[in-house]
Design a protein around this ligand. Structure first.
Ligand code: SF4
Length: 69
């Protein structure tokens, strides 16, 4: 089984903060309100929250991917 990772197409972010509203600890925003990161490895205890954050993005630019290890 691989590790789950979040990948964010940061350049496409429109700054509506939906991801941050449901999972603020996982999806920090920059000073202008756009998502501040391009991705991270998901800790197992954060999996549900990460998926909720991804689903919350109306632009569909947050992807959950499984990487082989
Ligand atoms: S929900 Fe999507 S578009 Fe909105 S701030 Fe988060 S990454 Fe950007």
């Amino acid at each position: 089984m691989g590790k789950l990772k979040v990948r964010i197409e940061k350049a496409q972010c429109v700054g509506n903060a939906r991801c941050h509203a449901v999972a603020g600890t996982l999806f920090p925003l920059d000073d202008e309100g756009y998502v501040a990161i391009e991705g991270f490895t998901v800790r197992s205890e954060d999996e549900l929250l990460a998926r909720r954050g991804a689903r919350a993005c109306p632009e569909r630019i947050i992807k959950i991917v499984e990487e082989e290890i």
